[in-house]
Design a protein around this ligand. Structure first.
Ligand SMILES: Cc1cc2nc3c(=O)[nH]c(=O)nc-3n(C[C@H](O)[C@H](O)[C@H](O)COP(=O)(O)OP(=O)(O)OC[C@H]3O[C@@H](n4cnc5c(N)ncnc54)[C@H](O)[C@@H]3O)c2cc1C
Length: 490
């Protein structure tokens, strides 16, 4: 591919890791972000990076070791309480469990930013308008007066994306839930009541009144969290409460949380500051008409409710998959054709369940309570198994030139396998596979229709070892061994 001019809008985790991956592939890219620097803004609380998504992305980007060096494995523990202070559930990770370690948001952003060519990031560039410029190119206009044109614009600019209107008229909807971002510095010394209740990891306190307190241990003795309320997105304006008027915030919250036990009230009144973060998300599943020269990733594509903890993980995985597609496909159009359907389908299911869980947690549509107390041990097992599946599927993806041993010789064939959002699809000599999946023992199992000598179905089992494949096919003529190798692309 001739070196295209690629612009990424947004230097959050998704945009930065996309830049890092493209640069690793030797592809030039420029990233534009509204922030003045990587640490100009308080990035927010703690995030857990899952083995089957975020950690896969960091591994591809060569950043897993750097992540593990600062990640807090011990903070995977969780405790649930009710508003009367009664503990309703706990989760302690087993020794060696690294399915979902925690990292401060600021640390994650800094870690990725440190591995992107600094000359390729334009801080202080807030996108205000984006428009087609003909022939698949787009023109970007920034608040500081700068303008650029690009062959590919990657919208990584979060839930309020200014790139999204190039592909869709849709926008985010209000969840019915507003969070106040709260922070307790030097918690052990200055906020002992908060520190004692949170201990390690996460504390979820769910009231039956549409309110909740979610607190998380961060690094450097800091505890952060959210005071969460089922309310209007503009509740503060309606009540005439300014975030910098601590007395007004305290009075409002104490009234709102009336009936909560006194030991939980320091969470409301001891925060160093209050940041209003109303929860908006995109309707699921994400969908838009494929548009030449523009695509979306992360929250710009599929902002979702935070209950599920998928947002940043998907942003990271979207970004590395998009970068691989750009590097490996012959044209940008082919890259988007490969990237978008898999990303949209994968995010669709997770976004629907996360949005539902967010509303259910606050008693909006309370029929669905399946996510109120997730089974964290089961979740961790799923992340680990999902990671193994993802890697097996990745290793199988491609075109394989194989030869069946038939009576009197060999018969060549071409097997193609592609990753889908939930597994594998493909074709044998152009005939679409009926199914393709890895069984519990890690064997690739394929079924495909055959016409000769009699019409029927041919089940195959195969083992992939690097660029080699060996297996057997149960053909109407009998069991046919086959072997072959990955077709190398030029
Ligand atoms: C309260 C809350 C709690 C959450 N908890 C979790 C959690 O526990 N786990 C989890 O996985 N996810 C969580 N999320 C979601 C997670 O934060 C996002 O999914 C993730 O940050 C998405 O990454 P991103 O790179 O796509 O976008 P963002 O992190 O939103 O980054 C977007 C970037 O674009 C820049 N930008 C925005 N507009 C413009 C513009 N016009 N011009 C130029 N630059 C622009 C911004 O400055 C920013 O750097 C939570 C979200 C919220 C609100």
């Amino acid at each position: 591919m001739i070196s295209p001019n690629i612009a990424i809008v947004g230097a959050g985790p998704g945009g930065l890791i996309a830049a890092r991956m493209l640069q690793r592939h030797g592809i030039d890219v420029t990233v534009y972000d509204a922030d003045a620097t990587a640490d100009a803004r308080d990035a927010g609380g703690s995030l857990d990076l899952h083995a089957d998504t975020g950690q896969i992305a960091l591994t591809d980007a060569g950043l897993l070791d750097a992540f593990m060096a600062v990640a807090r494995v011990e903070d995977q523990s969780k405790r649930n309480m009710d508003r009367h202070g009664a503990v309703t559930g706990t989760f302690e990770p087993e020794e060696g469990d690294t399915a979902a370690p925690e990292i401060d948001r600021g640390q994650l952003r800094a870690l990725i930013a440190a591995h992107v060519d600094p000359a390729s990031v334009r801080w202080g560039h807030k996108l205000v308008a984006a428009a087609p410029a003909g022939d698949g190119r787009h023109r970007l206009e920034f608040a500081n007066g700068a303008t650029v044109e690009a062959d590919l614009v990657i919208g990584a600019d979060g839930v309020w994306s200014k790139v999204r209107p190039l592909v869709s008229d849709g926008g985010p909807e209000y969840s019915g839930v507003s969070f106040l971002d709260v922070r307790y510095d030097d918690a052990a010394r200055r906020h002992p009541a908060v520190a004692q209740l949170v201990d390690r990891g996460h504390l979820f306190v769910r009231g039956d009144d549409g309110n909740a307190i979610i607190a998380q241990r961060n690094s450097n003795g800091v505890i952060r969290g959210y005071v969460a309320m089922r309310t209007d997105h503009d509740w503060a304006a309606q009540a005439g409460v300014r975030m910098d008027d601590r007395a007004a915030v305290h009075a409002y919250l104490l009234k709102q949380f009336d009936g909560w036990v006194p030991e939980l009230l320091p969470f409301l009144t001891e925060s160093e500051e209050y940041i209003d973060r109303a929860i908006w998300f995109m309707p699921a599943p994400p969908a838009w008409e494929r548009t030449r020269g523009v695509t979306l990733l992360g929250d710009a594509a599929h902002a979702m409710g935070p209950f599920g903890g998928h947002g940043v993980n998907l942003a990271l995985l979207d970004a590395v998959e998009l970068a691989h597609a750009i590097a490996e496909e012959p044209t940008l159009d082919d890259a988007l054709r490969r990237y978008e359907p898999v990303m949209q389908a994968r995010a669709g299911g997770l976004a629907a369940s996360s949005n539902r869980a967010t509303r259910a947690f606050f008693g909006i549509g309370t029929d669905d309570i399946e996510h109120l107390a997730p089974d964290h041990a089961e979740e961790h097992r799923r992340y680990i198994e999902g990671a193994a599946d993802y890697r097996r599927i990745r290793a199988a993806t491609g075109t394989w030139q194989i030869a069946f041993e038939v009576p009197g010789g060999t018969r060549p064939a071409e097997l193609s396998l592609q990753a889908t959002h939930d597994g594998l699809a493909g074709a044998l000599d152009g005939t679409p596979l009926d199914s393709a999946y890895f069984d519990t023992e890690g064997k690739l199992r394929i079924r495909v229709a055959v016409e000769e000598p009699i019409p029927g179905t041919m089940p195959c089992e195969a083992t992939i070892d690097g660029d080699n494949i060996t297996g057997t096919a149960e053909h109407p003529m009998g069991t046919l061994p086959f072997s072959g190798a990955r077709k190398q692309t030029a």
